[in-house]
Design a protein around this ligand. Structure first.
Ligand SMILES: CCC[C@@H](CC(=O)O)C(=O)C(=O)O
Ligand SMILES: [Zn+2]
Length: 332
């Protein structure tokens, strides 16, 4: 990918064994934006002014001064990866008791001032931090003012045009340079609005499910790929060699449409300073089953089959044998 305006260069990317297409980068008035969004395809949208009120102002200092003095949710990692896990699934009835799950990150509450201090004093080997918190009205009046000045018409127009469900949250992400959110998919539509710094986003379509080996649905890392992109185990995950993906770099003012069920890996560029993002997560719209089904609908069906089997079998180890008995020689 060429550095658009030389604010970054590919030497700031982490190195992965992937060959990736480029996600189209289009102005919000370009009709091709809606052609792509209509087809649940990713697109990087420029010129929307979606979060212009923040792009002009939000820096770590500004957030420190204007986010209220209370604590904020910060994830801590011993390495550069912040792999999400669902705490509720660590001890759920389908995950066998005492299953070995050591959380890769820990969640702490921290004042923004302490968060900023740790970022400024960080040196190699120190644990990394990632502030992730839903924006809400208790965020201090200045931040709320900036938030209310977002270009809500832009997102509302998209929500209505594509019959998305309700806006569930706007999450504020403040990352250290080099932080990585490993490859996963979400069950929500996402308008990913970049405010400060640069993030490389690598996306894979829902039909790449077989190449990305998600953890089982009952696992705390449900929806996350089991593959460590830094050291892929091609013996355990041979199809990863054939994965097909696309990528882009989002910078201040850019909005990346991450379609529901699309896999994404997101990294804050190394040596790029802290990054600030706000995302807009929307519930899926009503499902109209038109044939042939779309790939993301098949992922949703597979999830439901897994959940139902786990519910009745109770023992995850029995899911594979039962499905093999059902399919091998009969449906395959
Ligand atoms: C915890 C999720 C963070 C975000 C990726 C990133 O900016 O690091 C993402 O995956 C999303 O917006 O869906
Ligand atoms: Zn995500």
């Amino acid at each position: 990918m060429s550095a658009e305006k030389s604010e970054w260069e590919s030497s700031q990317f982490r190195k992965y064994d992937l060959n990736l297409e480029e996600i189209p980068r289009l102005h919000c008035d370009d009709p091709r934006v809606d052609e792509l969004m209509q087809k649940n395809q990713p697109v990087l949208i420029t010129g929307s002014n979606l979060v212009k009120s923040a792009v002009d102002k939000w820096t770590l200092d500004y957030l420190e001064k204007n986010l209220d003095k209370s604590n904020h949710t910060v994830f801590v990692s011993r390495n550069h990866k912040f792999k999400y896990f669902d705490e509720k699934k660590i001890y759920s009835k389908t995950s066998p008791k005492g299953v070995e799950f050591s959380p890769p990150t820990k969640r702490v509450e921290m004042k923004v001032a302490d968060f900023a201090k740790k970022l400024n004093e960080w040196k190699r080997g120190d644990e990394r931090l990632y502030l992730q918190e839903s924006l809400n009205s208790s965020m201090g009046s200045t931040i709320v003012e900036d938030f209310l000045k977002f270009n809500w018409q832009f997102v509302t127009e998209k929500k209505n045009k594509y019959h998305w469900g309700e806006l569930t949250s706007n999450v504020l992400f403040v990352a250290m340079e080099g932080n990585v959110t490993p490859c996963h998919y979400d069950e929500q539509q996402n308008l990913f609005a970049q405010i400060a710094g640069y993030k490389r986003c690598i996306l894979f379509a829902p039909d790449q499910f077989e190449c990305l080996y998600p953890h089982p649905v009952y696992h705390p890392h449900d929806r996350q790929s089991m593959i460590d992109f830094d050291r892929p185990d091609y013996t355990k995950y041979p199809k990863f060699k054939n994965v097909k993906g696309c990528e882009t770099v989002v910078g201040p003012g850019d909005v990346l449409y991450i379609p529901i069920y699309w896999w994404h890996h997101v990294e804050s560029l190394m040596r790029g300073g802290p990054t600030i993002t706000v995302n807009f997560w929307y519930k899926a719209g009503p499902t109209n089953l038109e044939y042939p089904l779309q790939d993301h609908q098949k992922v949703s069906i597979m999830r439901n089959v897994e959940k139902m089997l786990l519910e009745v079998l109770q023992e995850p180890k029995e899911v594979g044998p039962l499905l093999r008995t059902m399919v091998l020689g009969r449906y395959s």
